[in-house]
Design a protein around this ligand. Structure first.
Ligand SMILES: [Fe+2]
Length: 524
């Protein structure tokens, strides 16, 4: 690799991605970083606290892709719901209730009035039961991802207090007052100030912040904010210059070498793929195929590395599209197809903050659905614009996707997926050398026994872990293993304590990290 890169570059990529996934406006997290650091300044926070504010603002939502399919099943378009919740006083039961009713009504709008009313009633009765484990999982996954990119214990603790509030009405633990860490208090206020300003205007925002003092926010902090609001908010209406975010990072600036970058790209891969059960582990699998095919073709190490890193991040732009679209078994509408086809564009934008080799990675990501004959998307470029690494990535992605189940079709066997790719070669869409290299590598790999890296779990524990990772609840595990729900629950709790997690989402991430599952399927 040419030279070390700033870790903050990756943080901005993660921030961009979570803005897409949560329906926030362009550069929302970056603007909250600027605002949070300004609040920290006027509040007289020390260097260490300011460092924590910086990271909390950029990374607050990095765990929020976990279990999104469950959120979507209950409330429909999760991006619209999150957008709505960003300006809601979550401690105000009637305000929160109204937002949830709006979401459920949107989700079941196609039903006749009586059934719609029943669906809303049912949804509201189950809302907390559904939401609490999901939101707790977000915190735990955020902490694990933060650990993997080398962030400090303090920053991880803050990420574990994602939705906590001053008055104790937050989640996951209902902490209150000073138990809610200062960076969490600052960033929650900063982010809600931006969301409220966008929804209602600056004056209404300051009124809402003042009204929520002592509820969502520490009273002194809210008062300080309102007193300096004009000056604190100055210039925060539009996009933020990347350089200014880099300049805001308290020193020393963390740098990543090649291995550090590998871990950062891998963390992004898992963050993307945790959104839905059938994409779980997808990017890692594409990366393995791409690396193997590049080696098979004898491409330079640097090209193989770019292809691998692009494979880790190729679908980051998918976060801009609601899970319901990807999980739909029906034919998508033209509008939905257009939105889905723009994901390589959003991917390139998300990676734009990465300098150096990151630019080449972004260029590959932008091309991963392009085809030699110009029939791909979203720019319809042709063969001359597709490098060997781009051709390998396209072939690896197509092969891996064909082997995975999708809501509208079953997974193809290796042989059928190979036939599909060779047909695409005949049709002039995929590169013959790239396809044969991917297939040769896949064939070689399929004869190799996959061994879990951690053998300390019992066979039953591994079984339970894989079932949990596939998205099953305790009831589902009991059904699959033909055991009593209580026994399944005991197995799960024992497993959680053994691997040191407390939520389904974190256990799923553990399974992926330790090779117990691959591309949403159980590892052999
Ligand atoms: Fe894609």
């Amino acid at each position: 690799m040419e030279s070390a890169v700033r870790r903050a570059d990756f943080l901005m990529t993660l921030a961009y991605a979570t803005d897409l996934a949560t329906g926030h406006s362009r550069d929302f997290a970056l603007r909250s970083c600027v605002l949070g650091m300004r609040i920290a300044e006027v509040a007289g926070l020390d260097e260490q606290q300011r460092r924590n504010v910086y990271h909390q603002a950029l990374l607050r939502y990095i765990g929020c892709n976990a279990d999104t399919h469950l959120l979507a099943a209950a409330f429909g378009d999760e991006i619209a719901l999150r957008k709505d919740l960003a300006r809601t006083d979550m401690g105000n039961k009637s305000e929160l209730g109204e937002a949830l009713v709006r979401a459920i009504t949107r989700n079941f709008a196609h039903l006749p009035a009586k059934e719609l009313a029943e669906a809303v009633e049912r949804g509201m009765a189950e809302a907390m039961q559904v939401s609490v484990p999901i939101l707790s999982g977000h915190c735990e996954v955020a902490q694990r991802i933060a650990e993997r990119i080398g962030l400090s214990e303090e920053i991880r603790q803050n990420l574990g207090q994602l939705y906590e509030r001053w008055d104790g009405r937050g989640l996951p633990r209902g902490l209150s007052g000073d138990a809610v860490k200062m960076p969490v208090r600052v960033v929650t206020l900063a982010q809600e100030a931006i969301a409220l300003t966008e929804a209602q205007g600056f004056e209404a925002m300051t009124a809402a912040i003042a009204k929520r003092a002592g509820g969502a926010y520490e009273p002194e902090l809210a008062e300080l904010f309102c007193r300096h609001a004009k000056q604190l908010y100055a210039g925060l209406e539009g996009p933020v210059d990347r350089e200014s975010i880099l300049a805001l990072e308290p020193k020393p600036h963390a740098m990543l070498d090649e291995q550090g970058c590998e871990q950062a790209y891998l963390a992004i891969a898992d963050m993307i793929d945790m959104r839905m059960p059938f994409t779980f582990g997808h990017s890692r699998a594409v990366a393995t195929l791409a690396q193997g095919a590049c080696d098979h073709l004898g491409l330079p190490t640097a090209d193989a590395r770019l292809a691998r890193w692009a494979a880790y991040t190729h679908d980051i732009g998918e976060l801009a599209v609601p899970v319901a679209t990807w999980m739909s078994a029906r034919k998508l509408t033209e509008r939905e197809t257009d939105a889905a086809h723009l994901h390589p564009y959003h991917g390139e934008r998300a990676l734009a903050s990465l300098g150096g080799e990151g630019r080449a990675v972004a260029a590959l990501v932008m091309r991963h659905h392009e085809r030699l004959d110009g029939s791909g998307y979203h720019r319809y470029v042709r063969g001359a614009d597709l490098s060997p690494a781009a051709r390998v990535l396209a072939a690896a992605e197509a092969f891996q996707t064909a082997r995975e189940v999708r809501p509208y079709r079953a997974a193809l066997s290796n042989a059928d997926a190979a036939t599909r790719l060779r047909n695409a070669v005949t049709a002039g869409k995929l590169c013959p050398e790239a396809v044969e290299a991917v297939l040769a590598f896949a064939g070689q790999r399929s004869r190799r026994a996959a061994t879990p890296r951690l053998a300390s779990l019992t066979t039953r524990e591994i079984e339970v872990l894989r079932l949990i990772a596939s998205g099953l609840t305790a009831k589902g595990v009991a059904r699959e293993l033909d055991i009593a729900p209580k026994t399944a629950d005991n197995h799960i709790q024992n497993l959680y304590s053994k691997i040191g997690v407390t939520t389904r989402a974190a256990a799923a991430l553990y399974a992926l990290e330790h090779g117990f599952v691959q591309h949403g399927q159980v590892a052999a």
